[in-house]
Design a protein around this ligand. Structure first.
Ligand code: NAP
Ligand code: F7E
Length: 338
């Protein structure tokens, strides 16, 4: 039997590392792309004990020739395109850069598949941010998109590109519209990890109070190791299609903060006027967090909650780990980490 060859772009990221672990466990041959940088980037793969099992290729997604070369060398059976400028906040500062990776990068891969006539299955990491200023209270595959950041706009353009190449060139291309998913391996710039890691350091006496932005933004937070399983079901399905991956629940940043604080032994209360709130420990009066307007975005998605009905019906996927469990898992991990 032929061993499937899988290419993961963005293998050094949160999702890429969990996905690589799963695929190696299935005995697939895993290729991962990496960009040279001043500091090492493989710490997640090292922690999972798989860094020596991934076959690395140097890839800059915005270079078409580089993409064509890598795909031609590997001729993968499956591609998971997880590489992106994935931080919404930064997309306002770097809109050109964000668009070129998140949109032109996808175009480069799809063009390479077409030019090389590869018989490969392509998965694109689409996002709930595409719903933006929401048009329906619970979002599903038929909800109209209404993106409100350069990140979301670049991802929506890529999402349509994937549909177009599926229809026009019969490429086995699909997208997972993933709602926020978090884990021990989440990047520290994202709000969940910022809270769990900063407060763990504060508890150990290594940091002062935590500055935060919009406390009342609410998100549908799921657990990344479960979401990479959904990606595999989507890409391995014989019918290429687009699926929402979500938990159908939603909570605010304020609630996430409260759960992490509680896990560290703090019981919190807020004081101060809107946009100047401060969060204290009730028992000791210790200042734990405060609102800093620097972290407000020029436009921000207020609330997202997704329906996983279609992926449950078609591919039998459903979430088991929800936001509060995730806050506890992440805080325990960060507190116990040296
Ligand atoms: P992440 O941790 O930020 O990882 C992004 C990966 O992309 C990193 O490996 C990064 O490599 C790579 N990359 C960035 N720019 C690149 C370029 N120009 N060429 C090649 N590689 C590049 O992201 P994640 O949370 O795992 O998310 C994975 C994907 O899902 C992303 O596309 C994200 O937009 C999307 N998504 C994420 C969520 C979520 O909640 N996590 C939800 C919906 C969709 P370096 O290590 O070199 O920076
Ligand atoms: O922000 C608010 C912030 O940066 C969540 C990416 O994986 O999920 C992620 O994008 C909310 C926003 O994630 C801070 O304003 C408050 O309303 O954790 P985040 P995101 O923007 O939802 C989607 C689905 C993706 O596709 C993206 O790739 O929290 N917030 N205070 C803050 N956010 C941050 N980062 N930092 C704060 O201090």
């Amino acid at each position: 039997m032929n061993i499937p060859k899988v290419l993961i772009t963005g293998v050094t990221g949160q999702d890429g590392s969990y996905l690589a672990r799963d695929l190696l466990n299935k005995n697939y041959k895993v290729y991962g792309t990496i960009r040279r940088g001043a500091s090492p980037k493989t710490f997640r793969l090292e922690e999972l004990g798989i860094v020596n099992k991934v076959n690395f290729f140097s890839l800059e997604l915005t270079e078409l020739a580089n993409v064509v070369h890598v795909l031609n060398e590997i001729k993968p059976d499956y591609i998971y395109n997880l590489a992106a400028q994935s931080f919404v906040g930064d997309s306002f500062l770097h809109p050109h850069y964000t668009s070129s990776i998140n949109y032109l990068g996808v175009l480069n891969i799809l063009e390479a598949i077409k030019l090389l006539k590869l018989d490969t299955r392509f998965y694109q990491a689409s996002t709930s941010e595409m719903y933006g200023d929401i048009k329906e209270q619970i979002q599903n595959e038929d909800t109209p998109f209404n993106p409100i950041s350069p990140y979301a706009i670049s991802k929506l353009a890529a999402h349509y590109l994937v549909k177009n190449y599926r229809i026009a060139y019969n490429i086995h291309a699909c997208s997972g519209i993933l709602f926020n998913h978090e884990s021990e391996f989440r990047g520290r710039e994202f709000v969940t990890k910022k809270i769990s890691s900063w407060l763990s350091d504060l508890k150990k006496g290594n940091k002062g109070p935590l500055p935060l932005g919009a406390l009342d933004s609410s998100r549908d937070w799921g657990y990344a190791p479960e979401y990479v399983k959904a990606m595999q079901l989507i890409n391995e399905s014989d019918t290429p299609d687009d699926y929402v991956v979500a938990t159908n629940t939603n909570y605010t940043v304020r609630q996430f903060l409260e759960w992490c604080c509680y896990e560290l032994g703090y019981e919190i209360e807020f004081s101060g006027s809107k946009n100047k709130e401060v969060c204290y420990d009730k028992k000791t009066g210790l200042k734990l967090a405060y609102v800093d307007e620097k972290y407000f975005r020029p436009s921000d998605v207020k609330k997202l909650v997704g329906s996983y009905k279609k992926i449950k019906n078609d591919l039998n996927w459903e979430p088991k780990i929800f936001a509060k469990d995730i806050a506890i898992i992440m805080t325990k991990y960060d507190y116990e980490k040296k």
